[in-house]
Design a protein around this ligand. Sequence first.
Ligand code: 3PG
Length: 224
Amino acid sequence: NQFSCGEIMLNPSFAALVKNSPILPVLHMESVEDAVNVSRALFKGGITCAEIVLRSPVALDCIKAVAEQVPEMTVGVGTLTTPQQVKDSVAAGAQFLVSPSFTKTLATAMIDTGLPMLPGVVSPSEITQALELGITEVKFFPAAQYGGAKTIKALSSVFSQVKFCPTGGVSLGNMAEYFANKSIFAVGGSWMVPKDLIANKDWDAITLLCQQAIAAINDLDKCA
Ligand code: 3PG
């Protein structure tokens, strides 16, 4: 999967993965059946990637089930903080890797899988460490608490080669603010998968929220 660029191995681009629907839904799933249904609802709504976070006991089972039962969806893992979790997630069928944080140990384990990967950063020093490993695509997390679009603007003026996926506090209402910055290749969030809709198994309402988000992004492109 990897290709060589000088001495640094580059993983397939994360931006390319979400190019057609630049939204990374963050799924906190408590049931395998719900994870399958939510994934189908997201895909129906035009979102083609789903990040299932390792914050529930069934997260790996959810990844496995979505990979097997919803092959049209690209399913990945989020909230990675250890190399062992990276291994377990790949074994479960994760097709991309997301972390809220950055360490050399963790990022190296993610790179070694050859999968698209997205470590989390908020600071110039973390970005510099990512660049030292050849990483130019990062998650900016938690986005709202660390200054949102304004902070990314300041970071991207220094690190013009870096592409960001802000996550945390992103919504339909503030997406435009983020996408105004060309360094932002996608946004992540959970606003299209609210807990109450999952509890009510209202898959159609989730599809509708996704359609709204995709329509809003298409409108932004038209205006650009
Ligand atoms: C998370 O990891 O929970 C994500 O950052 C989602 O944040 P959000 O719920 O604010 O979209």
